[in-house]
Design a protein around this ligand. Structure first.
Ligand code: C5P
Length: 406
């Protein structure tokens, strides 16, 4: 029995050089037990012959929207309903843009809009196109719309360059699709709480103390757990991000509000991941009216905020606790110190001064430190880092439970 046994999969192929790998993907989907129907865009046909895909899938390949012969067999709406899953591999930058825009001007884009089945894309493009602001924007939109993004990998590219943008290997795509169709396999049943974003400590009604945290890493962690089947509660500071599709989201502003929200919902959580960049201090008192600039100097007295993570780790029935350590020097030493001081299970050390890492970046590198070892994740897209981190946390949580409960 394959991991996709009996599943109906529509494989969409768009026009990139990685289209040649789609034949192997179709074969692997079939080997995994799926019934596969292939749809190719007009430009995909320039790269690989529909006949090849017909031979591998064992079914006629569809390329046009209003093809009278094909539509008389199964029209495009029926076709969209037939699918248990739609995967577009390779998905070009152009296709991602059209998908994000909701276009329905050819068969594949129309199917993607007309289906209620989960939709996954495996992007493939030149590394510069992958890192362009427009592509990043489109991916934010697609992820918020529930589209699963598989890869891309890093490595040598057909254009002769090296970097992120290679389509994921067909075997990895099949494994990811199996995970989408049976999401309870990984973190299924786990109750996970994640804190994310900065906090905002008001000075007066219009001013406050905050930091550069964008919330991207925390939102990616929350989404990765939700996609792996966990029941996620996200406690979020003020950010400009679309909701990541979790069971429950609680929006807060200050560290004290975050502390209160976390403790109100922490009972029964199995895992607590503190990604938020919580302000260590807040103004001792908050002015009720805007402070006027009458004086040359103003003195602000700051008092310590409660340490949310340490307070959760100190609970009698503490969940599995994971902290983040954003540092600009001696990253590992400080991070290990935090692991011990706050009695954490894992700490993710993050050099926020390194290029392509930290607060406002889309990519990140983490050194995940446990009591006995450490694992490096990245450099990679924050979403990819989050997925790997989610798997690691789930595994370590299970190991700890087994050790405590022989
Ligand atoms: O001590 P430091 O602030 O560097 O520790 C960072 C870790 O502790 C992060 O996981 C952060 O979310 C958490 N933290 C917290 N409450 C605070 C300060 C930090 O939960 N007041």
């Amino acid at each position: 029995m394959g991991e996709l046994n009996g599943k109906h999969v529509i494989l969409g192929i768009t026009g990139g050089i990685a289209a040649y790998k789609a034949a192997e993907l179709a074969r692997r989907l079939k080997d995994a037990g799926a019934a596969v129907r292939v749809v190719m865009t007009a430009s995909a046909v320039e790269f690989v012959s529909p006949l090849t895909l017909q031979a591998v899938s064992g079914q006629p390949v569809r390329t046009r929207l209003l093809d009278s012969e094909a539509e008389s067999g199964m029209d495009h709406i029926e076709f969209a309903r037939w699918a248990d899953l739609v995967v577009v591999a390779p998905a070009t930058a152009n296709f991602l843009a059209r998908l994000a825009g909701g276009f329905a001007d050819d068969l594949l884009s129309t199917l993607c809009l007309a289906t209620e089945a989960p939709l996954a894309v495996a992007p493939a493009m030149n590394r510069v196109m992958w890192s362009k602001a427009a592509t990043r924007r489109n991916l934010v939109v697609l992820r918020a719309d529930g589209v699963r993004v598989i890869g891309p990998d890093e490595g040598s590219q057909a254009c002769g360059e090296t970097g992120p943008g290679r389509m994921s290997e067909p075997a990895d795509i099949v494994a990811a699709l199996a995970g989408i169709l049976s999401p309870r396999s990984a973190a299924g049943g786990l109750k996970v709480m994640v804190t994310a974003g900065p906090t905002f400590e008001a000075i007066d009604p219009v001013r406050g103390i905050t930091n550069h945290s964008s919330g991207k890493m925390g939102y990616a962690v929350a989404r990765a757990f939700a996609e792996a089947g966990a029941r996620v509660t996200l406690v979020s500071g003020p950010v400009h991000l679309p909701p990541p599709g979790v069971e429950r989201q609680i929006d807060v502003r200050s560290a004290q509000e975050m502390y209160d929200a976390v403790h109100a919902a922490i009972a029964g959580q199995h895992v607590f991941v503190a990604v938020a960049a919580v302000a260590d201090y807040r103004p001792e008192s908050q002015e009720s009216h805007k402070i006027k600039k009458n004086e040359d100097t103003v003195t602000l007295t700051l008092v310590r905020n409660p340490d949310i993570l340490a307070s959760v780790a100190a609970l009698r029935d503490a969940p599995f606790c994971v902290g983040f350590a954003a540092e600009t020097r001696d990253v590992e030493t400080y991070a290990r110190g935090k692991l011990e001081a706050k009695k954490l299970d894992l700490v993710c050390a993050n050099d926020v001064s390194a290029p392509g890492s930290g607060f406002n970046s889309d990519t990140n590198t983490l050194l995940v430190i446990g009591r006995d070892d450490s694992v490096r994740i990245g450099p990679a897209d924050k979403e990819e880092v989050a997925r790997i981190l989610c798997q690691l946390i789930t595994k370590r949580y299970e190991q700890k439970n087994r050790a405590q409960d022989p």
